[in-house]
Ligand binder design. Structure first.
Ligand code: ADP
Ligand code: TZD
Ligand code: MG
Length: 579
């Protein structure tokens, strides 16, 4: 079957019954629900499906590895509030995509992984079919919901269930299993059309209870040292104006989690990003909006949070999130847009500003830290250190606030998160809840595809390696992506030496590698940048031209620290002293 092939012809004996089949019904169901972009890798049994989808006007982006296509779909879900779709072949392709599906679920991004599968009769008897695997059973524990469609007549319902499962309540990943036989199944076209479902109100508003709102406002009002923490759920909610109005009306200092940076600009007078340790330690009431008290916030307790007793207010769509780590004094369950809107409405016209000694102390701390950092960001050292290189990128983003920043690595991640200010919502994408390496190229591609904006991907050399082959994809689709590799010759540092044998140490790579040449191999622009000035010129040109570019930024191999900012999470051997 080819892309240009018409719908199945009616047998000559039956007078012109119009027919359709699985291929067309899946495509029609996706389009009916506005799912018009697919990220995937072709092969049996979905090659023709990809061609037909492309012929039907769906944008089908072919990747070099399913994991990267999956990360693209996951972040597309975050950026658009519609499930990102990843399409894979059976067993190995499915498994490659599964990491991204689990990642989407963990991060609360809506995504649908659609995988072709082998024949059930053979799989279930384990008779050794081509790429045999019980994919549905394997996917189930790793996602929000998993479905298999066996009959063409169920395609409409199956896809509707997948969409609703992905986006309603707490968003997450959904697996959809499509056995090879389904695609060719034929049915009456009119019946087929009628079987399709346009999902009405897939993520219904969830209005918070009035007493919960009152309780939350009472706690907030009682605070002497209040703090608002914005998480990526708040970015996802696309309630930007109402969140900004609420924060500004409250007068409370706010701390953005990494993917909530830019929801209000990092340069906003209430932003406490540069006074993070102080506000976490000294605050007495903390209001979480779309952020979880997981490891990224030290579970809401311990040294990070200081000794002073704290009360938490939490807005989240997932009721079970409340009290997950510490007691939540004022849980507000609902969607962020509705919750913040209702709270804003109830604040009245004379909401009291937080005590000036608190807001003043936060501002003073922030300014002290910003001033301390400034000269480091202007250094012109060669080889570059992280701060010298990031100082340049910080200015470039300031001048181009629409640019989407993708960021992964260890030192490259932790330092860039602190240094590069973000000015607009959903303009910073990164490793998320797992701190996973490998999201870089998938996220960069989807960010460019979904928004049309320019993308700057700031990558550790190790981090980049997980998805580096997708630079070919970037060149093939001519996407406006500039990849900057912070090349310090290794993981955390490039200086480790193995004293006990001929093999290199476990954390180092080929010294002086030229990643820029990878880009040139596919017709993109490659630049080797050894100084902040060279870096500035190369990245500015790339973002202004929109041409696929990779800048190999040579970083001092000894500049980084083990595990960036989270070295404390490494277990230590009692028997072996660390260097
Ligand atoms: P961060 O890593 O930025 O702290 P998390 O991923 O830990 O953020 O938390 C995001 C939270 O936002 C999740 O608990 C999720 O249930 C919640 N969430 C996602 N979308 C919405 C929404 N539209 N309304 C309310 N809560 C949401
Ligand atoms: N594998 C996966 C999928 N995710 C991970 N987080 C890791 C391995 C472990 N890991 C980190 O947590 S950071 C990192 C690895 C391998 C790479 C750090 O090196 P880098 O950044 O070159 O990307 P810096 O600038 O050298 O620190
Ligand atoms: Mg490195």
């Amino acid at each position: 079957m080819t892309a240009t092939k018409e719908k199945p012809a009616a047998p000559a004996t039956e007078a012109a019954e119009e027919l359709t089949d699985g291929f067309h019904l899946i495509i029609d169901a996706l389009k009916l629900n506005g799912l018009t972009t697919i990220y995937g890798v072709p092969g049996i049994p979905i090659t023709d499906f990809g061609r037909m989808a492309q012929a039907s006007g769906i944008r089908v982006l072919s990747f070099r590895h399913e994991q990267n296509a999956g990360y693209a779909a996951a972040i597309a879900g975050f950026l658009t509030k519609k499930p990102g779709v990843c399409l894979t072949v059976s067993a190995p392709g499915f498994l490659n995509g599964l990491t991204a599906l689990a990642h989407a679920t963990t991060n609360c991004f809506p995504m649908i992984l659609i995988s072709g599968s082998s024949e059930r009769e053979i799989v279930d008897l384990q008779q050794g079919d081509y790429e045999e695997m019980d994919q549905l059973a394997i996917a189930k524990p790793l996602c929000k919901a998993a479905y298999r469609i066996l009959h063409a007549a169920d395609i409409g319902i199956g896809i509707a269930r997948a969409i609703r499962s992905a986006v309603s309540g707490r968003p997450g990943g959904v697996y959809l299993d499509l056995p090879a036989k389904l695609f060719g199944q034929v049915m009456n076209a009119e019946k087929g059309r009628k079987s399709l479902v346009k999902v009405i109100d897939p993520a219904p508003a969830q209005i918070p209870a009035a007493d919960a709102v009152k309780r939350a406002l009472d706690v907030l009002k009682s605070a002497k040292r209040p703090l608002i923490i914005l998480g990526k759920g708040a970015s996802y909610a696309q309630a930007d104006d109402v969140i900004r109005s609420f924060v500004e009306k409250s007068g409370v200092p706010f701390l953005p989690m990494s993917m909530a940076k830019g929801l209000l600009p990092d340069t906003h007078p209430q932003c406490a990003g540069a006074a993070r340790s102080t506000v976490l330690k000294d605050s007495d009431v903390v209001m979480m909006i779309g952020a979880r008290l997981n490891w990224l916030l030290s579970h809401g307790k311990g040294k990070t949070w200081g000794d002073a007793p704290k009360k938490f207010i939490q807005i989240d769509i997932e009721p079970k999130e409340m009290d997950s780590n510490v007691e939540i004094a004022a849980p507000v369950v609902g969607d962020i847009g509705s919750c913040v809107q209702v709270m804003l409405g109830q604040m009245g016209s004379s909401w009291p500003a937080p005590p000036a000694d608190w807001t003043g102390a936060v501002t003073a701390k922030r300014e002290e830290n910003v001033t301390k950092m400034a000269p480091r960001l202007m250094n012109n050292n060669v080889p570059m250190d992280y701060h010298g290189a990031l100082g340049v990128l910080r200015t470039i983003i300031k001048e181009r606030p629409e640019t989407i920043l993708v960021n992964e690595g260890a030192n490259t991640l932790d330092l860039a998160r602190g240094v590069i200010d973000i000015y607009k919502p959903r303009k910073r994408l990164d490793v998320g809840t797992w701190g996973v390496m490998g999201i870089g190229m998938g996220q960069a591609i989807a960010a460019a595809v979904e928004t049309g904006n320019k993308v700057l991907a700031v990558e550790g050399d190790s981090a980049f390696g997980f998805s580096g082959m997708e630079v070919e994809t970037i060149c093939r689709y001519k996407l406006p992506v500039c990849v900057v590799i912070f090349n310090n010759n290794g993981i955390y540092r490039g200086t480790d030496v193995n004293k006990n044998g001929a093999d290199p140490a476990t954390t180092v790579f080929v010294a002086g590698a030229r990643y820029d040449k990878m880009m040139e191999a596919f017709g993109g622009i490659g630049v080797n940048a050894t100084s902040p000035d060279e870096l500035k010129r190369a990245v500015s040109e790339a973002l202004d031209s929109g041409k696929p570019t990779l800048v190999n930024a040579v970083i001092d191999p000894s500049a980084g620290s083990e595990s960036g900012r989270i070295g404390n999470l490494n277990p230590q051997s009692a028997l072996q002293k660390k260097k």
